[in-house]
Design a protein around this ligand. Sequence first.
Ligand code: BES
Ligand code: MN
Ligand code: ZN
Length: 499
Amino acid sequence: MKIAFAEPATPKSGTIVVGVLEDRKLSPTAAALDEQSGGALKRAIESSRFNGRKDEVLGVLAPAQLALGRVMLVGLGKAAALDEAAMQRLGGQIVAQLNSVGEIVAAVVLDKLDGMKLKPADAAANLAYGARLRAYRFDKYRTKEKPEQKPSLRTLTVMTRDMVAAKRGFQPLEKIAEAVFFTRDLVSEPANVLYPETLAEAARTLRKQGVDVEVLDERQMRKLGMGALLGVGQGSARPPRLVVMQWKGASKAKSAQPLAFIGKGVTFDTGGISIKPADGMWDMKWDMGGSAVVIGLMKALAGRKAKVNVVGVIGLVENMPSGTAQRPGDIVTSMSGQTIEVLNTDAEGRLVLADALWYCQDRFKPKLMVDLATLTGAIIIALGSENAGLFSNDDELATRLIEAGKAVGEACWRMPLGESYDKMMDSDAADVKNISGGREAGSVTAAQFLQRFVNGVPWAHLDIAGTTWSKKDAPTVPKGATAFGVRLLDHFIAEHYER
Ligand code: BES
Ligand code: MN
Ligand code: ZN
């Protein structure tokens, strides 16, 4: 789908999309079209339940007086409540609606509305952004799709008087959308195609955008003492990798302490010797979601040339059962020096992150660390897919992440940490064990385990097991891989750490 910007005009074909405010108040363009068509739009509204509330849509075949095919009325709700997120949702919903009716070309006319705080150019740019985000598809493996199964919409033109400013405002947003798509693509790839080496290759492509990318192999990780990460990978025919990405965009001090983002990259999680049940195991191809978000975040920052220093560290392994796999009861030594009793080989994400977190703080002395991981099934039980679980040892960091999540529609809910939970991870045989032994507070105890490897650095952990993959369409996120976290963290950085 192509997105264009233009001055307002009545198109000669296809669909014109115009807004209606709550209580059936027509926007200026809607009112003009209604007049041109002898009141046909108002009559259509009156014979329907359409009120103009947000998320409402009413399609009307274009009256004879107009040359085009269809008029689509979209609810705007209250003008004062139209913010960036609302415009993005609107753009996404318009795309979905146009595809569902089989439209090929359409133009949205955005008027300046009384009481609207958002600048018209920002409104247009964000509508276009939402449209772009919703139009994503992962269809590279569908070789037999009939034309009628493909999305119909080819061009969406966003019409606004401030066309030049709208185009300019759309530029960084388009870069973020590209990064979101990169993450969604990686998360969608099956594990026979995407494994540690190929995922590292994908990260390496960021070099052409100015990101430093280093790929550590098994030998280098062994030398560093990463026994926790290596233990997880040892059952697989696919060798593990650790990828370090650096974006140095800070304008003044190129050496300024970086922000650090760490991702779990288990390219497939069978559970290992503590094997998972067959039903639903296919979902574990997206157990590398955290690492894909870190890659996408680096791409977004490079794409919009963010004025900040950021490092991304991702631990990439495949968790397989085999003759070389680690066994329940094995004791491994992590890079931190702490020994870990591996009682359940399916609690592998925390083992990967233990070494990735330790390595990151040890090498980079970051201002803060945020890790992302599809870490526990328990977080899905606690929060469903409406919120990611947020754990942090720093209140300000936690608040900033929650606020950023609200702004972009990626919600996080703070969960507790505490000494009594921490104690549950003490082992009889080693310094720490990788499961508590009970099912209680499974997401909290996992976070407590991670905290033993952050060495006091301001840190937050996002458990994204419930938000990485979606079973239903949302306005700006079609079902499937969501890339939850890319937009949140990009916004978090833009709001607080760039200058
Ligand atoms: N990758 C899983 C968590 C997961 C489950 C993500 C479902 C997405 C959907 C993780 O490695 C895991 O297996 N966790 C175990 C931990 C348990 C053994 C303590 C779990 O949640 O069951
Ligand atoms: Mn697991
Ligand atoms: Zn896992």
